[in-house]
Design a protein around this ligand. Sequence first.
Ligand SMILES: Cc1cc2nc3c(=O)[nH]c(=O)nc-3n(C[C@H](O)[C@H](O)[C@H](O)COP(=O)(O)OP(=O)(O)OC[C@H]3O[C@@H](n4cnc5c(N)ncnc54)[C@H](O)[C@@H]3O)c2cc1C
Length: 484
Amino acid sequence: MRMAIIGGGIAGLAAAYELEKAGAAGSPVDYTLFEERPRLGGSLASEIVDGAVLERGPDSFITEKPAAAELCRELGLGGELLPSNDAARKTFIVVRNRLVALPDGLMFLVPTKLVPTALTPLFSLGTKLRMGLELLHPPRPGSGDESVAALVERHFGKQAVDRLADPLLSGIYGGDATQLSAQTVLPRLVEMERMYGSLTRGMLAAHRKMRSLAKHHSSQTQNRGAAIFTALRGGMQQLVDALVARLDPDRLRTATPVHAIARSGSAWSVDAGNTREQFDAIIMAAPAWVAAQLLAPVDAALGADLGGIPYSSSITVNLVYQESQLGTLPEGFGFLVPAVEGRAMLACTFVHRKFLGRTPPGKAVFRAFLGGMNNESLLGEPDAALVSVVRREMSEVLGAKIFPATAEPEHAQVSRWRRAMAQYAVGHKERMQRVSARVAALPGLRLVGNAYDGIGVPDCIRLGRQAARELAAVPAEQANSRTS
Ligand SMILES: Cc1cc2nc3c(=O)[nH]c(=O)nc-3n(C[C@H](O)[C@H](O)[C@H](O)COP(=O)(O)OP(=O)(O)OC[C@H]3O[C@@H](n4cnc5c(N)ncnc54)[C@H](O)[C@@H]3O)c2cc1C
């Protein structure tokens, strides 16, 4: 069975790795991976500069989702896994140029502790009263999807959207709470509202249930105390390098964009560079907006649905300083900037605090995020302008004593990620049902990547491996209809 993998980001590489394994185990599979850029890894890219690990894209993955750590272990990188320094895990929100810590007891945007919520300067008295009254919110029987902003506003008011939902979601998804789907992004909250009415009551009940389960089933407590995030000591590039090292170089075509695909009978043809090749199956691991263009001639409705998945762009700016140039930073992982603050920055991570041992002693590394759904135009700005915006805004937010605008970074690195992050907009679930049905009617096709069933690195790995496993298990003539 001959397969084409289109896209060499983490999802495509994970699929290729799985096919190599299937081949080694005797399965008659052959594959070619086409990647548009000269390098493999997609959004995963890091460098070590003077001993400091600088991540251009993702810096870690959520520990709770096992697919990434499992793959790392399989690749011999178990010893390189580095938990986040959760002892310092405090996140600040910028409120009128001041840093306000997220109050203790917040779970998925829901306040669950009375005293910290009552005392926090993050919310006005009116919002706090509303948060108290939320306990009386009536259950809402299953109705259609809505935006995260609409759900949060209905329960906790507009300020909770502006100062909580918006910065947290733009920090994670580079997205816009008024567009993201509550059903897809926060399914637990939607379910809690249906059952309990009040999200606070729902969250407290879930918490109690988890605690008693953990007490009674010691096997379920093994992950207790695990860090929220896991990184690699040498950066995410380690994962890319370890994967690529397991792949046959003759099967990897970098700098080779696929510009057309077609289907005739049960065979697929792929046009890349000046060649056309025939395959039995295709693992589409390029972004959905690319998949849309390539698949529209095969199935116009599928193309239209894939093309309707919005994407956001982002910019990361890494700045390396000597700690002696700076004052004492607030204790925490970094800060998030609500859109209502009107700044270019969306968030900033104090990298040397979040992951210990990846920055040489005496140095501080800051990783700022810019862009997002509402600030795409920043992508066109030159590097120097972006670095100077970040330095100015950092100084305004942290104060000139802690972060003097005149302090020169030892190193500055700017990375642009154009249309790299899919947005699960309102209606995403229904869109995915339609997409799955169309894909099921196209034997041998699988869609993998961050546009479908999880935005993070572990989800992309899970989907990539699963698609490859399914196809490798199916004889070529039946490479058929299981969904993406
Ligand atoms: C700045 C940033 C920070 C992030 N932080 C985190 C984080 O901390 N933790 C986390 O879990 N996730 C994070 N993410 C999300 C995560 O990194 C991505 O969702 C994931 O890496 C996407 O992988 P992918 O393989 O689906 O897509 P991509 O990495 O986008 O790979 C797709 C590949 O397809 C190639 N391609 C496109 N068109 C063609 C064509 N015509 N022919 C051939 N190849 C083509 C592209 O060049 C690219 O290499 C972050 C993302 C970004 C951008």
